[in-house]
Design a protein around this ligand. Structure first.
Ligand code: MG
Ligand code: MG
Length: 249
């Protein structure tokens, strides 16, 4: 079931996502050679609690940390660890969510550390662009497939693999609500978009195969061919005047 949000609810979702934005900005400034993924998780958690919110992912279906942090060939759901030290050349995906006053915020981005390859730079840029192109389709009267198609088409231009095992989602009083938003699909197909729908749109592109597998920790998704992967996500409300990106200033 899809829940349409009124203005009051959209304001609450905005408040959640502004905290997510602030945490991600802070983490991005802290991501340097030598820091552990555990330290980044602690920063995120402490910042969130100081603001009176709660980390949304901690304990969600048993996830053991606040921050999902996925390096290089890891696609999503990497678990922070004291043993995992960031080094130059890594690409680091940070995915964060908070819960505040009954609502959720969710956003993600991928950053390069030190000298990263030109291929990695391109993968990061194109995945970010695909998110923007998907968001641009979040308009009353469009269809869900328009979002999916815009994202997939951009990846295809560069022959990147579009992850199919994980998708975007509605967000509101629940972290994950209907509808599912695949990063692939046909234009002019599927659900008719309406005012008050709020979506977390999250393309995940791989340099190689679209196929992923889950590590022994039962969480971390990695590319099957160990090629690198990038992930960008925004929470977006559909308004009469067009998309309102809740997790961006
Ligand atoms: Mg997320
Ligand atoms: Mg999400």
């Amino acid at each position: 079931m899809i829940f349409l949000k009124n203005n009051d609810e959209i304001n609450k979702l905005r408040a959640c996502n502004l905290i997510v934005l602030e945490v991600l900005d802070t983490l991005e400034s802290l991501i340097k050679e030598g820091i552990s993924t555990y330290e980044l998780d602690k920063y995120a958690e402490e910042m969130t609690i100081k603001k009176g919110a709660q980390p949304a992912f901690k304990g969600y279906r048993g996830f053991p940390a606040s921050l999902c942090i996925s390096l290089n060939d890891e696609v999503v759901h990497g678990i922070p660890s004291k043993k995992r030290i960031i080094k130059s050349g890594d690409i680091v995906s940070i995915d964060y969510g908070v819960y505040l006053h009954g609502y959720y915020g969710d956003s993600a981005r991928t950053v390069g550390v030190g000298n990263i390859s030109d291929e990695a730079k391109k993968l990061i840029r194109v995945t970010r662009e695909a998110l923007d192109l998907g968001i641009e389709q979040c308009r009353v009267g469009n269809r869900l497939g328009d979002i999916s198609f815009a994202i997939e088409s951009h990846a295809k231009k560069y022959t990147f693999g579009v992850v199919r095992d994980f998708v975007g989602h509605g967000i509101g009083r629940n972290l994950h609500e209907d509808p599912q938003i695949p990063n692939y699909g046909a234009a002019h197909s599927g659900l008719l978009l309406q005012k008050g729908m709020v979506f977390a749109i999250e393309p995940m592109f791989n340099l190689g195969t679209e196929k992923v597998c889950i590590q022994e920790d039962e969480w971390t998704a990695v590319t099957l061919d160990h090629s690198i992967s990038a992930h960008f996500e925004h929470s977006v409300a559909i308004l009469d005047k067009g998309p309102f990106i809740l997790s961006k200033l």
